[in-house]
Write a protein that binds this ligand. Structure first.
Ligand code: ADP
Ligand code: S3P
Ligand code: MG
Length: 168
């Protein structure tokens, strides 16, 4: 893996990951997409039929399967919360980049979304709590942090490229 994106739902991991891959001439892998391909089920279907615990088990297995993948990996918002996944991120040998956004931005970006079961289940206040709960873990697993509220996805990609150059 060359780079791993982490962050809350709606922070832009999938969008920015694809852009970055295009710009750097690399492949993009999306953990949620891999889960959908491996199970033949949508994310809401997995939550409905297997529960969140079932989803987390599949998520963990799929993450392990990306071990030798070349390119850029976009994780799901809950991926860094499991200990095994934290170990994976720590040993991946790729910079882990945290995309952040305020809860106001997140709610605006996810309005009308029906592919994220936790958004429907938790509502605005519950999502704010979940974001706060995850905050420290996101910081702990990441090497770089980019605040995305005032940036277009293209600008976020630019910033990551710049910061990685500086960090080299
Ligand atoms: N920097 C940004 N500015 C404006 N909209 C964004 C930005 N990043 C992502 N979005 C939008 O927010 C929504 C969620 O983005 P997505 O990439 O799926 O996030 P994630 O994979 O982190 O959940 C999409 O509609 C996307 O177009
Ligand atoms: O934050 C989470 O727990 C989740 C985030 C989603 O991915 P995105 O962060 O790409 O929306 C997806 O993995 C699932 O709905 C659970
Ligand atoms: Mg995503």
């Amino acid at each position: 893996m060359d780079l791993i994106l982490v962050g809350f739902m709606g922070s832009g991991k999938t969008t920015v990951g694809k852009l970055l891959a295009d710009r750097l001439g690399k492949q993009y892998f999306d953990l949620d997409q891999l889960i959908v391909e491996q199970t033949g089920m949508s994310i809401p279907q997995i939550f409905a039929e297997r529960g969140e615990d079932g989803f987390r088990m599949i998520e963990q297995q799929c993450l392990q399967s990306t071990n030798e993948f070349p390119g850029i990996l976009g994780t799901g918002g809950g991926t860094p919360m499991q200990r095994n996944n934290q170990e994976f991120l720590g040993k991946a040998g790729a910079p882990v980049v945290l995309l952040s956004a305020s809860i106001k931005t997140i709610l605006a970006r996810l309005a009308g979304d029906n592919n994220r079961p936790l958004v429907e289940k938790l509502g605005a206040a519950g999502l704010a709590d979940l974001q706060a709960q995850r905050h420290d873990t996101y910081l702990n697993v990441s090497d770089l942090q980019v605040a995305t509220d005032e940036l277009t996805p293209f600008e976020v990609a630019d910033k990551i490229i710049d910061q990685l150059k500086v960090a080299k």
